[in-house]
Design a protein around this ligand. Structure first.
Ligand code: SF4
Length: 352
């Protein structure tokens, strides 16, 4: 039996039922694929439903504000995915006459869509024979054929793609791809039970005792460490508590999300240095001549390439104080739950 036939039989018995499977709406398939990058299926499922409900069509997504999109995305991380979704939806409305592109090259032009996502969209929505290659597929295929090329590079993608182009079911590439992904995820797991595997008699890794050694992964860079000191200022105006926020700009993480005024350092400040640096920052940024604060417990926030160490400096200012500047916006404290913030800020807010 061919790879495609064996996968098909396995998929009939064990394939997953997912809300974005068995549909042909490219917009919803695209949404699901972007959400599922770097996100577990269970968590992704909730966000998928949320997005489809808030923005049932690409036109609805394009018409939303960036704040609305980021707010809905909050908690998923990798916010560039949400910003790219929004930009691409506007591109479809403005440049493609509101019609989702139906060919691989056209889909690849959408911001935030790479080869894997384009293959998933055109195979699931339009049944075009492009194989999908995610981490689970790399693992399964490298073991089955004994491939030792380090994965997750452009060269590896091309190598696996040309192999799978010869194997894909050209009549049902959607089903072949779904089966391939599910097989890698559910059967050929990092520590698999090979005794239950329909490929056990031909799997090179199993035959040569290299199941635990494949796939070969490229060495990872050590995460960069950063120290964030947030200024959580509070004061009342006409009996309403206010606080100060800013929107993150530039090419850094969390662009477009809101935060308390931030002082960042490249190493941890000592107990002696912190009050001095905080007073200097408060004077320069908010024109406060003296600054007394309480410290939150430390927060550690892990991102793929960065470790963030954060402390929140909490300060009550005299009533009527208005430390807002062009850079910082004063808002009623109760409104912070309505604006998009990072998961780190959200974790802190939940402790208050
Ligand atoms: S025999 Fe084991 S390692 Fe090989 S494909 Fe099956 S589950 Fe994966």
């Amino acid at each position: 039996m061919s790879l495609s036939q064996k996968l098909d039989t396995w998929y009939t018995d064990y394939g997953r039922t997912l809300p974005w499977r068995g549909i042909s709406d490219p917009y919803r398939i695209w949404l699901s694929e972007i959400i599922l990058q770097q996100t577990r299926i269970e968590q992704g499922r909730d966000y998928y439903h949320r997005f489809v409900e808030a923005f049932p069509t690409v036109a609805d997504l394009a018409a939303a504000s960036e704040d609305q999109v980021l707010r809905l995305w909050q908690g998923l991380g990798y916010y560039s995915r949400a910003r790219n979704l929004h930009v691409a939806a506007q591109y479809i409305m403005n440049e493609c006459g509101g019609v989702f592109p139906s060919d691989y090259q056209g889909v690849l032009k959408l911001k935030g869509v790479g080869r894997y996502t384009a293959a998933a969209i055109v195979s699931f929505a339009f049944r075009l024979p492009y194989p999908v290659i995610d981490g689970n597929v790399y693992r399964f295929i490298s073991r089955l054929y004994g491939i030792v090329t380090p994965i997750a590079t452009d060269a590896a993608y091309s190598e696996f793609e040309s192999l799978l182009l010869k194997k894909i079911d050209r009549l049902r590439p959607d089903r072949f791809n779904a089966a391939l992904m599910d097989f890698g995820s559910l059967q050929c797991k990092p520590v698999p039970d090979c005794s239950q595997c329909p490929f056990a008699d031909e799997c090179i890794a199993l035959k040569t005792g290299r199941v635990a050694l494949l796939p070969v992964k490229a060495a990872k860079a050590k995460p960069k460490e950063r120290w964030f000191y947030y200024f959580h200022l509070r004061w009342t105006v006409n009996g309403v508590e206010h606080t100060l926020v800013e929107q993150r700009q530039g090419k850094d993480i969390w662009r477009g999300l809101y935060q308390f005024p931030l002082m960042e350092t490249d190493k941890e400040l000592t107990d002696k240095q912190l009050p001095v640096e905080a007073a200097r920052f408060a004077k320069e940024e908010f024109h406060l001549s003296s600054f007394r604060f309480l410290l939150s417990p430390p927060f550690r926030h892990q991102l793929t390439h960065r470790t963030i160490h954060a402390l929140f400096l909490e300060a009550e200012l005299p009533s009527g104080t208005a430390p807002a500047t062009e850079k910082y916006r004063a808002i009623p404290s109760s409104e912070i739950k309505n604006i998009p913030v990072s998961r780190l800020i959200d974790r802190y807010l939940q402790t208050l």
